[in-house]
Design a protein around this ligand. Sequence first.
Ligand SMILES: C[S@@+](CC[C@H](N)C(=O)[O-])C[C@H]1O[C@@H](n2cnc3c(N)ncnc32)[C@H](O)[C@@H]1O
Length: 276
Amino acid sequence: MQDVRKREALELFAPLPRHYDRVAAVLSFGQDPRWRRAMVGAVKARGGERVLDVATGTGLVAKELVRRYGCDVVGVDQSQEMLARARARVERDPALEAHVSLTHGEAERLPFEDGEFDHLTFTYLLRYVEDPGATMKELARVVRPGGRVASLEFAVPASQPWQGLWRVYTRVGLPALGRVVSREWADTGRFLAKSIPEFYERCPMGRVVELWEEAGIGELHVRSMSLGGGVVMWGRKRAGGPRAATTGTAEEAGREPESEGAATGEASADGDAQPA
Ligand SMILES: C[S@@+](CC[C@H](N)C(=O)[O-])C[C@H]1O[C@@H](n2cnc3c(N)ncnc32)[C@H](O)[C@@H]1O
């Protein structure tokens, strides 16, 4: 039986593909393409390597990976409607067609062998799954030891006044902007205003960090972007695989996100990779 979060996600994304790219950028004040570039910058793939992009949606991350590295990308998504849009994008661009293949599948049960991919990316995914810890382990399973895992997610700014402004924007601004496009996008705006804070209530940032570590991903970086509205994370799959749940509190295990100003030397704000 399908769980509630999965059903919600499938219903949410079914009518969105047509306007997705432009509206997603507008709803994030133009920040979302920049966050995506920063995440791709952290992957540091090489030509010929295989990258799995989970929750590929309309294929924006897959496109950026190919543009940047000339690597091969497999995009997976559970929404046939989003995948259809990604397929249209790939089919009209020979450079993409040579490097991208798209598969219907679920992050919770990836249809791939252990260690099949050199690297893995996922975007805006964990909010939609019932068990983020089990999903993190499943994502890490298909990456070879030493491979990079990178993600992008919305976040709630940690400090005032940005947190207050963020709440007003997500509760009032997002649905209002969505209404300009369609009823479905207004619903999406309302959904995001609830879904983002709810996710961090059930899984605070410190716990997200623990889940990555328990899944066997080390050398973790957490990078807060755009005054805390977006968070890019990346790390490397350890050779030892998943480890037992951490016993300390989330606060003990969590680390302060690196702010944009305090660049890590791994991926700059505009996504340009820099020597570590
Ligand atoms: C906000 S979109 C992100 C799309 C794209 N990665 C981007 O950067 O714009 C989230 C995507 O996650 C997909 N998704 C949600 N839960 C999923 C799951 N459990 N398995 C696979 N895909 C999932 C949705 O179908 C949707 O296409």
